[in-house]
Design a binder for this molecule. Structure first.
Ligand SMILES: NC(=O)c1ccc[n+]([C@@H]2O[C@H](COP(=O)([O-])OP(=O)(O)OC[C@H]3O[C@@H](n4cnc5c(N)ncnc54)[C@H](OP(=O)(O)O)[C@@H]3O)[C@@H](O)[C@H]2O)c1
Length: 421
């Protein structure tokens, strides 16, 4: 038996980064749903600054939750943290700056791990450094357990199961469409994006990784026909609308393709996946999609050039800051995924994934919290490695998210009418 299945550990889940903007929302959620450490869930908070951590506990009414200390620069403290728990949930980012030693410690000890990184270049480094070790120890290392990339990864997973049920075979082509969302962005996310651009400026080979549509696939394996995301307008013939670039596509598509590869290519070598954001129909929709492409291009250029990147860093939210509670609670998202089993496109299914809070924080905090509980409770056994949400947890996580976290996965018509849940 690996350490990953060792239930004698002191805690089921430890939340590292509990003082941060997202970490605090995670703590509030666990407290609300599971209570302070109980038989139901033995959990603890962790951070690097005891006074700040204790103040956050007081503010959130979480004084009874046990507290651990660990700093990213102190490997011994990380090893102690990892030894105390079945699962580490990390909201300490930018992950490329502060996360590598923790992943190394979890992989070596056979402790499960989940995070919210969208830093593709860092995930590639973690896969290369720790996948084999984690396979050996049984540790499930699961990146992208938030809005990027759970709706994409589990959305495709759910859609493909519906396809098997209805048509007896998987979909060849799947398209994700960001339909509606309301929310904001935090300083931690901005810092992670700017750090990624710093890395590109220091080492242009990082850009090659970010532009590779199969950047997270196992090395030296068959990939597929998908290309790097285009900035041009896309006409969605199923929904009769125009779509422009979707800001998370460069992360989500890589995760979905890794899931497909890790599962042994069950959708076939011709499987194709893409993401875009719906903007509307007719000539107005076309113009909006065009402007969205130009806007994305200009935004990327500003972030890529060092002087403008520095200005962006000053103007945008700082670490610790993020959307107001009101904005989180009134926020929501709706994603549509449709696919066809053949080139003619005649046999089609559409799935809708919705969440009841702002996608980046209110809903993301619930997604990662349930991922951690799922890794501790239902998905603690099975193969280890640097995995994806669908590969590590599959339907166990779909069920948890629907029961507790305000997410819905449902089959709908192209007009949006519910067919079945
Ligand atoms: N994928 C998604 O959908 C999604 C959504 C939300 C966030 N994120 C990602 O999640 C990460 C966190 O975002 P955020 O806005 O919550 O950031 P934040 O408010 O800046 O919080 C960062 C946390 O990391 C801790 N930390 C920093 N340096 C540390 C160190 N050396 N050792 C230990 N802890 C350290 C901070 O502790 P102190 O309080 O002591 O400074 C704080 O708890 C970012 O990478 C962001 O991109 C992703």
């Amino acid at each position: 038996m690996s350490d990953a299945t060792n239930v004698t550990k002191q805690f089921d889940v430890v939340v590292w980064g509990a003082t941060g903007f997202t970490g605090q929302i995670v703590v509030a959620y666990l407290l609300e749903v599971y209570g302070a450490s109980s038989e139901n869930l033995r959990w603890a908070v962790a951070g690097r600054d005891e006074a700040k951590l204790s103040q956050v506990q007081k503010t959130l009414g979480a004084e009874e939750v046990p507290r651990l200390l660990a700093d990213s620069g102190d490997r011994q403290s990380l090893d102690q943290l990892v030894a105390a728990t079945q699962v580490v949930l990390s909201t300490v980012g930018p992950y490329a700056l502060y996360g590598s030693d923790l992943v190394a410690a979890c992989a070596a000890a056979g402790t499960h791990y989940c995070d919210l990184t969208g830093e593709v270049q860092w995930m590639r480094t973690m896969i290369d450094a720790h996948h084999e070790t984690a396979q050996r120890t049984g540790a499930k290392i699961v990146h992208t357990c938030g809005f990027d990339s759970i709706p994409s990864d589990l959305g495709v997973y759910y859609l493909q199961q519906q396809s098997q049920l209805k048509f007896g075979r998987p979909m060849q082509t799947v398209r994700y469409r960001m339909a509606k969302a309301s929310g904001g962005v935090s300083g931690g996310t901005i810092a992670s994006m700017l750090n990624m651009m710093d890395e590109v400026a220091a080492d242009p080979s990082v850009l090659t990784i970010l532009n590779d549509p199969y950047a997270l696939n196992p090395l030296n394996t068959v990939t597929g026909q998908d290309q790097h995301e285009s900035m041009s307008p896309i006409y969605d013939e199923v929904l009769n609308q125009w779509a422009g670039p979707f800001v998370m596509a460069g992360i989500n598509t890589r995760v979905v393709r890794r899931s497909h590869a890790l599962a042994g290519m069950p959708y076939g070598p011709g499987f194709s996946y893409g993401e875009a954001a719906l903007v509307g129909a007719g000539p107005k929709g076309y113009l909006k999609a065009l402007f969205a492409g130009v806007g994305t291009w200009v935004g990327t250029l500003f972030a890529a050039l060092t002087p403008t990147r520095r200005i962006l860093g000053k103007l945008l939210p700082k670490p610790g800051e993020g959307p107001s509670l009101e904005k989180q609670q009134s926020g929501f998202f709706e994603v549509l995924l449709h696919g066809t089993v053949d080139d003619a496109g005649s046999q089609m299914i559409q799935v809708r994934v919705t969440g009841d809070r702002d996608p980046g924080y209110g809903s993301t905090a619930k997604m990662i919290a349930e991922s951690a509980v799922c890794l501790a409770k239902e998905a603690s056994d099975g193969a280890g490695g640097v995995l994806t949400p669908s590969i590590a947890m599959g339907n166990d996580l779909v069920i948890r998210l629907m029961r507790h976290a305000g997410l819905h996965f449902e089959v709908v018509t192209t007009r949006g009418d519910l067919i079945e849940s």
